[in-house]
Design a protein around this ligand. Sequence first.
Ligand SMILES: [Zn+2]
Length: 120
Amino acid sequence: MLKCPKCHTPCSGLTTLTSEVLEVRNKDKTPYLRRRRKCKECGSVFPTREYEVNELLTIMSSVNDEEIDLDANQTRLAGIVNDIEQDLIELLEWSKQIDKNRKNLNKHKNKSKKEGSDVN
Ligand SMILES: [Zn+2]
C-alpha cells in the first residue's frame, strides 16, 4: 500500500481524500510517470512513479539477467539521473525562494517596527 513516508497515512488512488496530486510529469527518456503528491494529513510532499507493468517486469528481470541490455539500461539510467537533477534544481529553487521570503519577512518586521515607533 502506498503510504505517506512521513506520517504513514495510506494514499488513496483516484480520490484525493488523503493525498493530493500536485503535478504529473511524463518525460521522453523516463519509462514512468512521475507524480508529486501532497499528504493531506501532514502536508508532506513526496514523489511517486508509475510504471507500466510489463516495463517494470523488464526492468526487474534485467537485474538478474546475465545478458543485460546495457544500452537500454543506460538510457533508463540517464533518464533517472536527469530526473534527480531536475529534483535538485527544483529543491534549490525552493530553498532560494524560502530564503528570499524569510529575508522579506525580516525586512517587513523591521520596517513595521520602525513605522510603529514613528507613529507612536
Ligand atoms: Zn503524511
